[in-house]
Design a protein around this ligand. Structure first.
Ligand SMILES: [Zn+2]
Ligand SMILES: [Zn+2]
Ligand SMILES: [Zn+2]
Ligand SMILES: [Zn+2]
Length: 498
C-alpha cells in the first residue's frame, strides 16, 4: 500500500489527531473536511456547504491509511454529506469512474489508475467491514451493482456476505453466462448466513466482540496522550500512573477513552489505597449492572449535591473558607492535589477556572479581608493544592511571598516546602515517612484538608456508595456530561485517587 501520499503524514490530519485526543479542547472526528482550504482547494465537492467529513475525504482520495486512522479516532461510518452521500457511496462511485477512465487510458496512465483502483477497493472493504450501510447508492447504482460492473469479485462476495441485496441490474452487469452463474451461486451461498461481526476499529484484526467489545483494554503507550498535552501517553499520564483504557461504546458504535476502568492496569509495586479499591469495586458494580443507571447529568448533579452537603456545615463552622465555597459553586469539579500523578494539562485547566472564580468573589466585595488573605485561603496552585504555601517546619508560620520569605522544596520529593534548613530538619522525623511515597500530596488549603477529613469519615460510614464514588469523579463526569451529548468526545469515567 506504499507509494501514495497519505494524508496521515500531513499537518491537517495531525491537527485532527491532536484535537480528537484532547479532553480540554476537543475536536470532532466528523468535523467538515473543508476547514483546510490549502489542502482541499483542488478537490471537487469539498466545500463548507457539502459538509463532507474526514472519512469522506479519505474515501474520495482512496487514502487507506487516513480512513483507518479517522475510523479509529471515532469517525461515524455512515456520516452523510449534504447530498446524502456516505463515505462508502463516495468511494464506490469513484471506483466506478476510475474504472471507466482506466479502460480508455494510455498504458502508462492505466498502470497508475489500476493502483488507485486497488486502493479504492481496499477503502470500500474497510468501510463494509466497519458495517457501513451497504444499501447506499451512488448515481442510481447500488454498491453491489458497482462492484459487479467493475468485476471485483472479492467485493461482490464481501457485500453479499454483509447482506447487500442483489438486484436484477446486478445480473445485467455480466455479459457472459459463466459470470452470471458465478454471481448467482455466490449470492445463494450467503443468502442464509448472518452478517459477520464488525471489525474492531483498533485494527487488531479481531472483531469487536472478540476485541474491545469484550472489555476495556489499555490505551497504546506510543499514542498521543488523551489529556491534550500533545505528548506521547507513555511519557505523560502513564508516567504519572494515570492509566487510560479504551472501551467500546455500543450505543455510539465507537471506541472511547476513560481513565482507569473495571480492568485494572495497575502495575506491580503500586499500592492501592482504600479509596482506590473502593472506586474499583464501585466501578465493577456499575459495569455489572450494565452501566450507570442514571444519566450523566443526574450523576453530576448528585455528586455536586453530596459535596455541597459535606461542605455546608464546614462553612458554618468556619472550617471551609467562604471564598473557597463560592468558587466551588461556580465550577463543576472539586480541587484536590494528586501529588502530580494526574495530568498536568487538566490540573492547569482546573486551576485557571477555579482561581478565576476566586477573583470574581474578591470583586463582589462584602468580605473585609485583603485580596492577599483571600487568595491565600482559597486560590489553588498548578497541582491543585494551595497556591500560597506556608513553611512546613514544625511551628513555623512563614508564608510564601510575605516579606522576603522564599520557600524551598525538599530535594527528594520536590513537594514539601520549607523556609530554611532549620525548618526542614525540624520536620524531617514526620516527613521522612511520606517523602516520595504514593500517599504524599502537595500542601493543601485548610478548606481542602477540612473537606478531606469530612469525606473520609463519610466514606467509612457509608461503604462504597455510588454517589461517593461519583463525588470523586465530579470533574470528570462533568466533562463527560458536557461533551457526551455531541457523541464526539471521550469520556473520563474515573481517575486514580491518591
Ligand atoms: Zn479492538
Ligand atoms: Zn497526559
Ligand atoms: Zn520555616
Ligand atoms: Zn520530601
Amino acid at each position: 500500500m506504499a507509494g501514495y501520499p497519505s494524508a496521515v503524514f500531513e499537518e491537517d490530519l495531525h491537527i485532527l489527531r491532536v484535537g480528537c485526543c484532547n479532553w480540554n479542547a476537543p475536536l470532532s472526528p466528523d468535523s467538515t473536511a473543508a476547514w483546510t482550504p490549502g489542502l482541499l482547494k483542488n478537490l471537487e465537492g469539498f466545500t463548507e456547504e457539502a459538509r463532507r467529513t474526514n472519512l469522506h475525504l479519505a474515501a474520495f482520495e482512496a487514502d487507506v491509511l487516513a480512513a483507518c486512522e479517522v475510523l479509529r479516532l471515532g469517525a461515524k461510518v455512515d456520516a452523510l454529506d449534504s447530498g446524502d452521500l456516505s463515505p462508502l457511496a463516495l468511494a464506490s462511485g469513484r471506483m466506478f469512474d476510475v474504472t471507466l477512465l482506466a479502460n480508455t487510458a494510455s498504458p502508462a496512465d492505466k498502470a497508475n489508475l489500476e493502483k488507485a483502483l486497488q486502493r479504492f477497493a481496499w477503502v470500500v472493504r474497510i468501510l463494509v467491514e466497519q458495517h457501513a450501510d451497504v444499501d447506499e447508492e451512488c448515481n442510481d447504482l447500488s454498491i453491489l451493482e458497482i462492484a459487479c460492473s467493475v468485476r471485483n469479485w472479492e467485493l461482490v462476495k464481501l457485500l453479499l456476505k454483509h447482506k447487500a441485496k442483489p438486484s436484477q441490474k446486478c445480473h445485467s452487469c455480466f455479459q457472459s453466462r459463466a459470470d452470471r452463474d458465478r454471481f448467482i451461486s455466490i449470492a445463494s451461498s450467503y443468502a442464509s448466513s448472518s452478517c459477520p461481526a464488525r471489525v474492531c476499529p483498533c485494527w487488531s484484526g479481531k472483531t469487536v466482540p472478540e476485541c474491545h467489545g469484550a472489555g476495556a483494554q489499555p490505551y497504546p503507550l506510543t499514542f498521543l496522550c488523551v489529556c491534550g498535552s500533545k505528548k506521547i501517553y507513555q511519557r505523560c499520564c502513564h508516567a504519572r500512573s494515570c492509566w487510560v483504557v479504551e472501551e467500546w461504546v455500543e450505543a455510539d458504535q465507537r471506541l472511547r477513552h476513560s481513565f482507569l476502568s473495571a480492568v485494572s492496569p495497575v502495575s506491580a509495586g503500586v499500592t492501592e489505597s482504600d479509596e482506590f479499591k473502593a472506586m474499583k469495586i464501585a466501578l465493577q458494580a456499575i459495569h455489572e449492572a450494565g452501566g450507570p443507571s442514571k444519566s450523566r447529568e443526574e450523576l453530576l448533579a448528585e455528586a455536586q449535591k453530596s459535596i455541597t452537603e459535606l461542605l455546608l456545615p464546614l462553612v458554618s463552622r468556619g472550617l471551609v473558607d467562604p471564598a473557597f465555597f463560592y468558587a466551588w459553586n461556580q465550577v463543576d469539579f472539586f480541587p484536590k492535589p494528586f501529588a502530580r500523578k494526574y495530568s498536568k494539562h487538566l490540573c492547569e485547566d482546573m486551576q485557571r477556572r477555579w482561581n478565576a472564580a476566586v477573583d470574581e468573589y474578591i470583586l463582589r466585595e462584602g468580605d473585609s479581608r485583603t485580596r492577599f488573605e483571600i487568595e491565600r485561603a482559597a486560590k489553588i496552585g498548578t497541582w491543585n493544592g494551595a497556591l500560597i504555601r506556608t513553611c512546613e517546619g514544625v511551628g513555623c508560620t512563614k508564608v510564601e511571598g510575605v516579606g522576603d520569605t522564599l520557600l524551598r522544596k525538599c530535594a527528594q520529593c520536590k513537594i514539601s516546602v520549607y523556609c530554611g534548613q532549620q525548618c526542614q530538619k525540624s520536620a524531617w522525623r514526620a516527613h521522612k515517612v511520606v517523602c516520595g511515597s504514593d500517599t504524599q500530596h502537595e500542601q493543601m488549603l485548610p478548606s481542602q484538608t477540612a473537606f478531606q477529613k469530612a469525606h473520609e469519615a463519610s466514606i467509612r460510614s457509608v461503604p462504597v456508595a455510588a454517589s461517593q464514588f461519583a463525588a470523586w469523579c465530579a470533574p470528570l463526569v462533568s466533562k463527560w456530561a458536557k461533551e457526551g451529548a455531541s457523541g464526539t468526545v471521550e469520556s473520563l469515567e474515573c481517575r486514580k485517587s491518591d
